[in-house]
Design a protein around this ligand. Structure first.
Ligand SMILES: NC(=O)c1ccc[n+]([C@@H]2O[C@H](COP(=O)([O-])OP(=O)(O)OC[C@H]3O[C@@H](n4cnc5c(N)ncnc54)[C@H](OP(=O)(O)O)[C@@H]3O)[C@@H](O)[C@H]2O)c1
Length: 314
């Protein structure tokens, strides 16, 4: 069984730990800059060791590190992990530029290590099933996806979410609809149009709407917002029908509409993080350095949209 360690004991770490517990791997360790924080975290998981980053990188029993730290730390930590010979999953958004993404994947190849951006959307039980059934609605023509929320943006002042390099609604939650659209479009992006973006005077976007055009002719409308309380959905429109998925990045239920019929599809899922962890473990078993689904190319395609948005905030 592969030993997995989480780097960073922040808000998302308990959910990742839960995902690992239900995976084919072992939650071997957690690491924090502050070892006391790692100790407090590890107490909840009987088999889990706690350490600082240096100890984690030096521990030969660690097979895979899941980087769960704030966005701005990803670049340095990915390189530190790879240089220590560790396989890596890194939380979304992995990096702010395609140049940096190419650099870390090149380093992973050089070191013979696995590297993947964590986009659980690609590996939920529901999306894995729907990808095998999507042809039932005929060829996809259009995709809509939004991930929005309604938060008091003024409270984010001085927060890392407002940091110009990797902050803002699109880096935070916009990457989910972009990933969803790319996953089902299955074609390279040929055009990214930022239809609208609103900063409300902050240095980052509070709301962004983008239109993505793919080589195969599919068009996707994606939206991220911190000021929109309406229901979040991904909708795939095919020639014969449509598939609607509320909270498409984690949900266990979708509806397939064809003609007058509406079929509810339901699946079981212990954790929305397990699928992506199992994908990494499958790749390790097969000696692959990248996932075929969440590949370097897939990370670059998501980053294309983020780079286009950044042009509005220079
Ligand atoms: N996949 C998902 O569903 C999902 C959901 C939410 C967030 N995320 C992603 O997960 C990552 C972490 O998000 P989070 O909400 O857990 O963040 P967080 O709680 O604010 O911070 C996570 C960890 O980052 C490290 N850190 C914080 N501030 C730092 C600083 N100034 N310098 C260096 N390290 C610092 C700390 O690690 P130590 O414990 O080592 O000090 C902290 O525990 C982000 O990339 C985010 O986009 C993913």
């Amino acid at each position: 069984m592969y030993n997995i360690a989480i780097m960073g004991c922040g808000k998302i770490a308990p959910r990742i730990a839960n995902g690992i517990i239900y995976s084919d791997g072992l939650l071997y360790a957690v690491a924090s800059r502050d070892k006391e924080r790692a100790k407090a975290f590890a107490l909840k998981y009987p088999t889990c060791k706690f350490m600082n980053y240096e100890e984690l990188l030096a521990d030969e029993k660690v097979d895979l590190i899941y980087i769960a730290t704030i966005n701005e730390t990803h670049y340095d930590l990915i390189k530190r992990c790879l240089n220590a010979g560790k396989n890596v999953i890194c939380e979304k958004p992995m990096l702010p530029t395609q140049e940096k993404i190419k650099e870390v994947f090149a380093l992973a190849r050089e070191k013979g290590c696995f590297l993947m951006e964590a986009h659980k959307t690609c590996f939920t039980v529901l999306n894995t099933l729907l990808r095998t059934r999507v042809e039932e609605i005929g060829p996809i023509q259009r995709i809509e996806a939004k991930y929005c929320g309604d938060i008091d943006v003024s409270k984010l002042k001085g927060n890392i979410s407002m940091e110009p390099t990797m902050g803002g609604a699109c880096f935070d939650i916009g990457v989910y609809p972009i990933c969803f659209a790319n996953l089902y479009a299955k074609s390279p992006l040929t055009n990214v149009e930022i239809v609208s973006t609103e900063s409300l005077g902050y240095p980052v976007d509070i709301e962004t709407v983008a239109k993505l055009t793919y080589e195969n002719g599919i068009v996707a409308d994606v939206k991220a917002s911190w000021r929109d309380p309406t229901v979040n959905k991904g909708i795939l429109y095919g020639e014969k029908g449509r598939i609607e998925i509320v909270n498409f990045w984690k949900n266990t239920e979708a509806t397939i509409y064809i003609g007058d019929t509406a079929e509810t599809v339901k699946v079981e899922q212990a954790s929305d993080f397990t699928g992506e962890v199992n994908e990494a473990l499958r790749c390790l078993k097969e000696g692959k350095l990248t996932s075929d689904i969440m590949s370097e190319e897939a990370s670059l395609e998501i980053c294309k949209v983020l780079e286009e948005l950044k042009k509005h905030y220079q």
